[in-house]
Design a protein around this ligand. Structure first.
Ligand code: AKB
Length: 316
């Protein structure tokens, strides 16, 4: 049976690409994009679009009923850096929106739910290299606290009410189509825009800060794979580690220099440095590999090629 899909937060960094990929597979009319504001033309004109405030239960419920939605992807969230500026707003948005869709699934209005978690669930007491699936988790950011709490509630709703919820702990995501907003890993996208525009970048993290990252095509493929997998293959109902690439600002700058030899990198770490220092440097995603055959494709070299190629063409 063709699913009827609702993507909440469809105009954001992940949503804008995931929506188009899902429309290609399931048909434009079967994928409803929703956000608090309008997005790019491509997304607005290729299929149904609804203005939705993810915090408003009645609005979300009406939309689910109106379009006879079966699967929901909840992507609306406040990320780590903005969350530190507005702690209570981050808590309210990230938690209320999750409860709304979990409750709709519990009441049988939704069959399947995707909710993104993040490497932000880990904290300074977590082993930082090749971070295991199951380990110490003491997040120190509000965003991380919402993601860890959310994971507990997802698992609880699955165990207690049979809700078919699936989740991935995204690393930093790198894409050229849409900018990220308010994250600590955003430097790895900004750097490409500034490299093309100014041939220089002043990084807000220090040069040897390693973080797990992933090119958007891999992230979209992972999201669709976990949602397509048979329910009994999904053994973890909190959230799966997802590895990808691990690199430092210095490493990405050197890779960019192989294309733009005069590129200049400088470093002015700000409050985001402390957030990055509390997160893993690399991630072990063996559980995702074993349970739903996950494997990433893009390494640092390939990702840099694709980013520079596409952004250069865009600015011509
Ligand atoms: C952030 O930096 O806040 C996000 C994330 C790692 O979840 N990109």
């Amino acid at each position: 049976m063709t699913p009827k899909i609702l993507i909440i937060g469809a105009c954001g960094q992940i949503g804008s690409e995931l929506t188009m990929s899902l429309r290609q597979i399931h048909g434009n009319k079967n994928v409803v994009a929703a956000d608090i504001r309008e997005g790019k033309d491509e997304l607005m004109t290729s299929g149904p679009f609804e203005i939705i405030n993810a915090m408003d239960y009645d609005v979300v419920k009406n939309c689910v009923e109106k379009h006879q939605i079966t699967d929901v992807y909840l992507l609306a969230a406040m990320l780590s850096a903005t969350g530190e500026k507005f702690p209570m707003k981050a808590w309210d948005l990230n938690m209320n929106s999750l409860f709304h869709v979990l409750n709709l699934a519990k009441d049988g209005l939704i069959k399947k739910l995707f909710w993104p978690s993040s490497i932000a669930v880990f904290g300074p007491t977590t082993p930082r290299e090749n971070t295991p699936q199951f380990t110490i988790m003491e997040p120190t950011t509000v965003y991380g606290i919402t993601k860890q709490t959310g994971e507990r509630w997802c698992e609880y709703y699955h165990n207690k009410y049979g809700v078919d919820v699936r989740s991935i702990r995204y690393p930093g995501l790198i894409s050229w189509k849409t900018l990220p907003g308010g994250g600590t890993t955003d430097y790895a996208v900004d750097i490409f825009h500034k490299a093309i525009k100014d041939n220089a970048y002043d990084c807000f993290l220090s040069e040897n800060t390693a973080l797990p990252m992933m090119y958007m095509d891999d992230a979209v493929r992972a999201t669709m794979s976990i949602m397509e997998a048979p329910s009994d293959a999904i053994k973890i109902r909190s959230s799966y580690n997802l590895g990808g690439i691990s690199f430092t600002p210095d490493m990405i700058s050197k890779e960019i220099k192989t294309h733009l030899p005069d590129f200049k990198m400088s470093y002015t770490p700000d409050f985001r440095q402390a957030i990055a220092d509390s997160w893993p440097m690399s991630i072990d995603d063996t559980a995702a590999q074993n349970d739903w055959n996950w494997k990433h494709n893009y390494d640092l070299k390939e990702m840099t090629n694709v980013m520079l190629k596409n952004l250069s063409t865009e600015t011509v």
